[in-house]
Design a protein around this ligand. Structure first.
Ligand SMILES: Nc1ncnc2c1ncn2[C@@H]1O[C@H](COP(=O)(O)OP(=O)(O)OP(=O)(O)O)[C@@H](O)[C@H]1O
Length: 588
């Protein structure tokens, strides 16, 4: 063997052994001897001892790199070397592209090392390769196109991090095949029943035979075109039907429009039309707003809802208060909304929008959020979800008496929610402005929610509406437009709600001044007389009713500055509630 080949072999082993440079010596490889005639360990030559055919250096604790360059670029060596095996060492680094120069290689074994990186794209040029074992390394990336190596009988690649598809090899020719525990993806090619699932296990993205998990059905190009064709035809048909329906509806609306305009006019109530004949906005205004989207605040349910939807849906008038009218609007049974049409509020559209968006940022589970709103010069509308269980006002005026602990819980919940809103919106100067028991709604779980928060600023003319008398009390003696006065008015209004809960007497829309009546009764030491008889007969604790009455009286104090903040009120009511709970435990 020529000296330059000897040198190449020694260099190769030197690189393989890494810091342990003694390997060459230990294996008896040195320039003064001949690899074939003197029998270098791990080297096998041809029968005539003229060329090196095999290098077998398995299990020698080699910890360097595989310098195939020094080996395979030596033409005489490359022309004879058909076996290279360095398995079960600690060799690291990648397999370099020069491996392809060792054209005669029939067996390449690098298993059980620390090889990493991608196999070189030149590897399939080894077209004499029969056995390739790269298993138990840290190899990654997609494999080169191994299907180009036609005579492969062994391909072992298990326990690496190889990606991409399992190569389509000539499985009829393969005797050993294992790609388990890698990162291969996609369908397994047809392995002609020659290998079972153990060859593929441990690849989370693999599917199909012989693995038990089926691959998702792939739609062929023809099928795709066929289905798209069907979809297109259906779409055209739907559009045609919708177009026809819209046309018919517009015709009907034209006929109907005059009735609706009359119905919405203030005289509408007197026209004798049934309540469901009302429409939310009048016909002349609808022309201005018909194709405008609402500003959606909270709910995706109302996304895409337009004014024309509000116009065409049947609307039922729920109430016509001082601040506007309220309609119940049902959209194809999917959702029931209420639309508050605000009357005479001298607020610019910009201010209104900012105000509504600010309120929407403050969320509390016991405050009903507006879902959307609309504002223009002519109209200000707010949309809420319809609450089917009515209001606290209705609950208290109903036949079913409300028990003491329910009333106390209601009071505590509303106080807490109002305290939260006051705290969050104090710097914005946004109080409720129109708190009353008909604005405390009960949701589907009978949980109370404050509705219509911030729909009104209290101003000198427009007092927070209880009844005129009750509301005048609410803010009298305050600087009428100062923001504190609005918060103080809310506290007064909340005090009235407490009084309603305690006395069972409702003040809405009546001139009955509940606060004054309670004040005088207490002054005359008739305190017990004020309480709802039904509460006393059901054995509610008089002491705690008196405590709640004290809190209520503080809230309805004539002098707004001496009213406690809502936070303090909530604290007082919670203390009463805890006392009640303690006493219940004690009684049990
Ligand atoms: N989201 C809702 N769901 C169900 N009922 C509601 C809803 N909002 C209000 N209501 C009820 O509809 C009725 C009319 O409400 P509206 O707000 O018009 O009355 P109001 O508060 O007396 O009027 P105003 O706010 O102008 O003083 C009330 O009984 C109220 O409890």
């Amino acid at each position: 063997i020529e000296p330059d080949v000897r040198q190449a072999l020694i260099n190769f082993l030197g690189s393989l052994s890494g810091s342990n440079g003694q390997a060459a010596q230990a294996a008896g490889w040195n320039l003064d001897t001949d690899p074939c005639l003197d029998g270098w360990n791990g080297v096998t030559c041809d029968k005539k001892n003229q060329s090196v055919q095999k290098i077998s250096l398995d299990g020698l604790s080699l910890a360097g790199i595989l310098d195939v360059g020094s080996l395979c670029t030596k033409q005489s060596l490359a022309a004879s070397l058909n076996y290279l095996s360095v398995g079960n060492n600690s060799i690291s680094g990648d397999v370099r592209k020069e491996i392809a120069d060792c054209k005669q290689l029939a067996r390449l074994n690098i298993s059980g090392n620390r090889f990493s990186g991608k196999l070189p794209d030149s590897l399939p040029m080894l077209n004499n390769l029969k056995k390739l074992d790269i298993s138990n390394n840290h190899l990654s990336g997609d494999l080169p196109d191994l299907s180009r190596i036609s005579g492969l009988t062994t391909f072992l690649a298990q326990n690496n991090q190889l990606t991409g598809k399992v190569p389509k090899l000539d499985f009829s020719n393969l005797e050993q095949f294992d790609v388990s525990n890698n990162l291969f993806r996609g369908p397994i090619p047809d392995v002609e029943d020659r290998f079972n699932e153990s060859s593929f296990l441990g690849n989370p993205g693999l599917c199909g035979d012989p693995l038990p998990n089926k691959c998702p059905k792939k739609v062929s190009k023809e099928e795709f075109l066929m289905y798209s064709g069907y979809a297109l035809i259906v779409l055209v048909l739907i559009m045609f039907v919708v177009f026809r329906l819209c046309k018919r509806r517009t015709k009907e609306e034209k006929v109907d429009a005059t009735n609706k305009i009359v119905a919405v006019d203030d005289s509408g109530y007197k026209t004798g039309l049934s309540r469901s004949d009302f429409s939310v906005i009048s016909g002349d205004q609808s022309a201005l707003v018909s194709s405008t989207s609402l500003v959606v605040l909270t709910s995706p349910v109302v996304n895409g809802l337009k004014f024309e939807d509000l116009l065409t849906a049947p609307a039922e008038l729920l109430g016509r208060g001082k601040h506007g009218s309220l309609y119940k609007v049902i959209f194809d049974k999917r959702m029931t909304l209420v639309v508050k049409r605000i009357k005479d509020w001298a607020i610019s559209s910009d201010e209104f929008k900012k105000r509504m968006q600010r309120i929407d940022q403050v969320k509390h589970p016991n405050v009903l959020p507006a879902l959307a709103f609309y504002c223009s010069k002519l109209e200000k509308l707010l949309i809420y979800e319809y609450q089917q269980n009515g209001s606290l006002f209705q609950l208290l005026s109903g036949d079913q008496p409300l028990g003491w602990s329910s009333r106390l819980n209601l009071a505590a919940t509303i106080a807490e929610a109002l305290a939260f809103m006051h705290q969050e919106l104090h710097s914005d100067g946004i109080a409720h402005g129109n708190l009353k028991s008909s604005n405390i709604l009960l949701n589907r779980n009978m949980v109370p929610c404050i509705s219509e928060y911030g729909l009104r600023e209290a101003d000198s003319k427009e007092l927070p509406s209880l009844s005129a008398t009750n509301s005048r009390r609410a803010i009298e003696q305050t600087g009428a437009t100062s923001s504190n006065s609005t918060f103080n008015a809310d506290i007064y209004a909340f005090g009235v709600i407490l009084l309603e809960l305690l006395t069972g007497k409702l003040v809405q829309n009546s001139e009955f001044d509940l606060a004054r009546w309670v004040h005088s009764a207490v002054r005359e030491e008739w305190t017990v007389e004020v309480f709802d008889k039904r509460l006393i007969s059901h054995g509610a604790s008089e002491a705690r009713m008196v405590d709640l009455l004290q809190a209520a009286i503080k809230c309805v104090n004539r002098s707004p500055e001496t009213r406690p903040t809502m936070r303090k009120v909530a604290y007082m009511i919670n203390a009463i509630k805890e006392e009640e709970e303690r006493s219940m435990v004690f009684e049990v």
